[in-house]
Design a protein around this ligand. Structure first.
Ligand SMILES: [Zn+2]
Length: 123
């Protein structure tokens, strides 16, 4: 599961950072999820809750900020958003992209990231 491995990496990163700051507990974690990262926020949250059990992250708050995506067409040069809601591939979680104008092959220029923005800890 895509979300599970992404959440595992995130939890490891946050734990390492919390230890570096001698935290007793992590209170809140803010992450940015690009809409073209093909990560489902609900599944991320679910994975996070499982993974944080028994760690410093237990019962911490996970705040998910979604970032809009943008693509660039390799054929016609179109740059802009992708109507992901209408894209059936989005629901299958396969990053398969087509230009909305000419249906040419497109690449992601924004919104692919999944990053930890900040954490709040108790020391
Ligand atoms: Zn195009």
């Amino acid at each position: 599961m895509h979300e599970f491995s992404a959440a595992t990496q995130m939890v490891e990163l946050v734990l390492a950072e919390a230890q570096r700051r001698n935290a007793k507990k992590v209170l809140e974690v803010k992450v940015v999820v690009g809409k073209l990262s093909f990560l489902n926020p609900e599944q991320l949250r679910f994975a996070y809750e499982i993974l944080s059990e028994g760690t410093m992250l237990e019962s911490s708050k996970l705040r998910i900020e979604e970032q809009d995506g943008a693509i660039e067409c390799l054929k016609c040069g179109y740059r802009g958003g992708l109507p992901t809601e209408d894209n059936p591939y989005y629901h299958l979680g396969i990053p398969f992209l087509r230009c909305p104008k000419c249906k040419g092959e497109a690449r992601i220029i924004k919104g692919r990231d999944f990053t930890v923005k900040s954490i709040r800890i108790e020391v």
